[in-house]
Ligand binder design. Structure first.
Ligand SMILES: [Zn+2]
Length: 111
């Protein structure tokens, strides 16, 4: 087995696992169950890991992970708020004008 991805964000670890499985690659995750006790142990020890079972698929899996990370960094680009049309810097996850979250209804009481 070869480790293709690690992150202390367990959601991303699972995202990578699901993505690779959808491509027909057998993977296993490690340390993903330590999430509930995070904070009681050093962060590096609750780093979730994705391992490719068959090393023949490793390079393919690695390429898919890189493409995913590239897509995620592109998601940091500037975006336009659906709710109010404000142009928002990609470093903001929430509209600074109306506090709405992309894909969600505008937050109430925060106008
Ligand atoms: Zn807005």
């Amino acid at each position: 087995m070869k480790k293709v991805y690690s992150n202390n964000n367990i959601a991303l670890v699972w995202h990578v696992k699901n993505m690779l499985e959808q491509q027909g690659i057998d993977v296993v995750t490690r340390n993903d169950r330590l999430y509930s006790i995070a904070g009681e142990i050093p962060v590096t020890e609750c780093m979730g890991e994705v391992w490719v079972v068959n090393a023949l698929y490793y390079q393919y899996a690695e390429r898919l992970v890189k493409e995913m990370e590239k897509l995620e960094s592109e998601e940091m680009k500037d975006w336009t708020c659906d709710a109010c049309g404000e142009d928002i810097s990609g470093t903001f996850a929430v509209c600074w004008n109306c506090q709405s979250v992309p894909g969600c209804e505008p937050a109430s009481g925060l106008t």
